[in-house]
Design a protein around this ligand. Sequence first.
Ligand code: LLP
Length: 418
Amino acid sequence: MTSIEYKNNQLHIEKLNIQEITNSNQTPFYCYSASYIENQYDELHSAFDMDIKIFYAMKANSNLSIIKLLLNKGSGIDVVSGGEIQRSISAGAKGKDIIYSGIGKTDEELKYAIESKIHCINIESQSELIRINDLSKSLGVKQNIAIRINPDVDAKTHIKITTGKAENKFGIEFDYAKSMYNIASDLKNINISGISVHIGSQITSLKPFKKAYTIIYDMIEDLRNNGHKIDHVDLGGGLGVSYSAEENIPTFKEYANLIQSIFGNSNIKVYIEPGRLMVANSGLLITKVIDIKTTTQKTFIIVDAGMNDFIRPTLYGSYHEILPVKNNLGTSNKIYDIVGPICETGDYFAKNRKMNSVKIGSLIAIKSVGAYGSVQSSNYNSRPQIAEILVKDDKYEIIRDRVEVKDLIKQEKIATWL
Ligand code: LLP
């Protein structure tokens, strides 16, 4: 589904002319297409001929409206912290909708998760398992768990977002997993519900998924043969999205077929935890050109968004298409570096990029920022977080207010002895 396109040389998101949003909202800001996200959920869900449950990985975009929109579609939520549990409950999630993954869960977070009666906790270590048993005992309940397996599979993605190699901090080593299940089955306040795996993010081939899922399939057989009851398999997230027209990504149908071919006859509930693919291409970061500066080597377009607002290019060297909001100045072959105002050379959105229709004051749109955009923003250089806007048809609403500098300052104190 394309929800972002030009009409009469004006960039639109759904039926709304972006220029219209900028008339009454200060740049930079994020805006998302609600219909795109709804459509992604429907397309992914209907790609399966078997019953599956989607748990949206809210770390990709944790705005309350985005969570609520996906809950309304029937999605569950995959969380990674106490804060994310609190957020998802604030958006209307019930405990049964929530799965808690994530390494390094504190006792406070675990207690909150157990008290919130969440559906399942994915276990990352033996000591975590014991702590959950102790906490559940003191609360007089039995907690559902799954053990997260590290299958030692290379997801062939960016090194910073690969999670399923033996050298990564995530999951339980394959050889040790069976004894973890034996330990878990002896714990009175633990109920073994399933098994989980997540090998990384922005994965653009089905091969690593096939490898990892086959390992998990074999392990389920083995565990069941050893008397363990495995009701569900949580296959994690990770399917990539196209950040440019050239990128070739497996379709939802191909992904679903792979899962079905492995688990279709296993009499097991299948869960998936997609984050990026739900939201990445729903979102734009709208920013204004502050200045254009030519040196002997380069021409820089300096915009009012910075790496504090959107850090993916800086952090992962990731590619994001950039478009002028008003495409009315004809084509040009000029090459630019598109950079932010922050005092770091790493503060850029694109290098050596052809751009049309830009001059000082122009608005430009950075594409595919709906996932891991706003959630990874910071206040570096005392730049407060920017607004988020949700568009549906020809209407929009502000779903997060722009933070004011005075609110940042309010959180701090001058030490009494100063
Ligand atoms: N489940 C678990 C346990 C995860 O750790 C993640 C992502 C997901 C699901 C969702 O994966 P997805 O479907 O979104 O690929 N900040 C990075 C991505 C970090 C992903 C972390 N874990 C980026 O901007 O590329």
